[in-house]
Design a protein around this ligand. Structure first.
Ligand code: ZN
Length: 154
């Protein structure tokens, strides 16, 4: 009996531990005026108007510090520094998001190109694009604007 109780306790502890890592994906909805107030002009242009920062100008493109990258608009943890790699493009690049469901892929045919846009699953802010020329294990390259990210060091 004692063994069963210990097992039950362990299962519960694991369940609670897992739950605390799960972020709410309940939509964050704000008016454009509210976003403008919260973000700098450059951040607003990228996150809310799908702009792209100039290559090599961002804060994180060559950062190798361990930690977590958050959506700058709503603080959802979208990328882990462990999955960051040097793509040589001048933008922070990752081969996978923290969780697949934390980012949403959308078709983007602007500028005469067919690309896949990546937005935050919680606040729909523009993060960057994903391409099929990344490294193993996923073969994907999430090309993300530094302006779309906040960094939390480990
Ligand atoms: Zn967000």
């Amino acid at each position: 009996m004692k063994k069963v109780l210990t097992l039950l306790g362990l299962a519960l502890a694991v369940l609670i531990a897992c739950k605390s890592q799960e972020e709410s994906l309940e939509k964050v909805v704000k008016t454009e005026a509210q976003w403008k107030e919260q973000l700098s002009a450059d951040e607003y242009a990228v996150l809310r108007q799908k702009g792209t920062e100039r290559a090599y100008t961002g804060e994180f493109h060559d950062s190798k510090k361990p930690g977590t990258y958050l959506c700058k608009a709503c603080q959802l943890p979208v990328f882990d520094a462990e999955t960051k790699f040097d793509s040589g493009t001048g933008w922070p690049s990752f081969y996978q998001p923290v969780k697949d469901k934390y980012v949403i892929s959308l078709p983007d045919t602007t500028y005469g190109m067919t690309r896949t846009e990546i937005v935050c699953a919680r606040c729909d802010s523009h993060l960057g694009h994903v391409f099929n020329d990344g490294p193993e294990p996923t073969g994907l390259r999430y090309c993300i604007n530094s302006l779309s990210l906040d960094f939390k060091a480990d």
